[in-house]
Design a protein around this ligand. Structure first.
Ligand code: IPM
Ligand code: MN
Length: 344
């Protein structure tokens, strides 16, 4: 029996509810298959912060690191000032574990209603950079609160960081049917960072002659995502652009309730972390009405990452089958879960 250790961070709001169901889907789909998943719960998020002032200690990081992967629910609570848990917990995890690939697939499953009138085929993956860009905290402000305030938030882009991400995106495109990669940036304005990205794509492309690649400015990309989403296969982009377009992507794919993501350290030096794109939705927490689908799909990404593609596909197929007949029925968290489990 191959044993995997999974660290579970339920987090805040609806996080624990949807995570429990995601875990259950992993258990069901792998039981008796010769792989076993041992889970450890971590108390991280608003509750602990409000009780102890701690967000993510060195000890937490050390014990998380002993795991093969992390399953995260959601982080965030109105009682905690904005930015604290984001920077000191979520982003600290991504940075500490060198999650340089933030993988966010969008697929419009049959039966799912998209806000687009005529969406056509929607099946693309955003490969968002996860450890650089404007997220690094390389900023500062002077004369704060005065009319002369100056605030800087400098985007950091390294050749090393951009190249390893771009190479991952080309490799991913090689394993997909349409073999197409689109760089999304803004090199008409952000000329230094933008051309580092473009030159890197052009150079790495030479190693992947089977992959077609093109470029869109971020603003134009938002138009095409709405008018011609079928033109996208693999999108590679920086941390902030990727943050923004993956919310748009989730909306196109039928809503943020379906968006799954992986924060991946492909080298395997650190555990990768899988989480729904949605937030903690404190207003509906504990009511058994949160949609667990995004968390379940994130569990499938986790299984894929841990070399269980068959189990991952079973989960994805069960979700697809449920979505095909879901319509806009109002169902509880538990009802959605039972329906998907029955289709596994
Ligand atoms: C996301 C979130 C985070 C991000 C926030 C909560 C820090 O929006 O995972 O997309 O900006 O990356
Ligand atoms: Mn976001």
């Amino acid at each position: 029996t191959r044993e995997y250790k999974i660290a579970v961070i339920g987090g805040d709001g609806i996080g624990p509810e949807v995570t429990a169901i995601a875990l259950e889907s992993i258990r069901r789909v792998t039981s008796g298959s010769g792989v076993e998943f041992k889970t450890t719960e971590f108390d991280l998020g608003a509750r602990r912060y409000l009780a102890t002032g701690e967000t993510l200690t060195d000890t937490d990081l050390e014990s998380l690191k002993q795991h093969d992967a992390i399953l995260l629910g959601a982080i965030g609570d109105p009682k905690v000032p904005s930015g604290v848990l984001e920077r000191q917990l979520l982003l600290k995890l991504r940075f500490s574990f060198d999650h340089y690939v933030n993988l966010r697939p969008t697929k419009l499953y049959p039966g799912v209603v998209s806000p687009l009138a005529d969406p056509g085929e929607v099946d693309f993956v955003v490969v968002r950079e996860g450890t650089e860009g404007p997220y690094v905290g390389n900023g500062g402000a002077i004369r704060v609160g005065t009319p002369n305030e100056v605030a800087n938030e400098v985007s950091v882009n390294t050749a090393f960081g951009v190249e390893r991400l771009v190479r991952y995106a080309f490799e991913l495109a090689s394993n997909r049917e349409r073999k197409k990669l689109t760089l999304v940036h803004k090199h008409n304005v952000m000329v230094h960072a933008g051309w580092l990205w473009q030159n890197t794509v052009n150079r790495v492309a030479e190693e992947f002659p089977a992959i077609k690649h093109d470029y869109l400015h971020i603003d134009a990309a938002t138009i095409f995502m709405v008018t011609n989403p079928e033109r996208f296969d693999v999108i590679v982009t920086d941390n902030l652009f990727g943050d923004i377009i993956t919310d748009l992507a989730a909306a196109i794919g039928g809503g943020i309730g379906l968006g799954a993501s992986g924060n991946i350290n492909p080298d395997g030096a650190f555990p990768s972390m899988f989480e729904p794109v949605h937030g903690s939705a404190p207003d509906i927490a504990g009511k058994n009405i949160a949609d667990p689908t995004a968390a379940i799909l994130s569990a499938a990404l986790l299984l894929q990452h841990l070399n269980n593609p068959v189990a991952a596909a079973r989960i994805e197929n069960a979700v697809a089958a449920d979505l095909a007949t879901r319509g806009n029925k109002k169902r509880s968290t538990q009802e959605v879960a039972e329906s998907i489990f029955a289709l596994l």
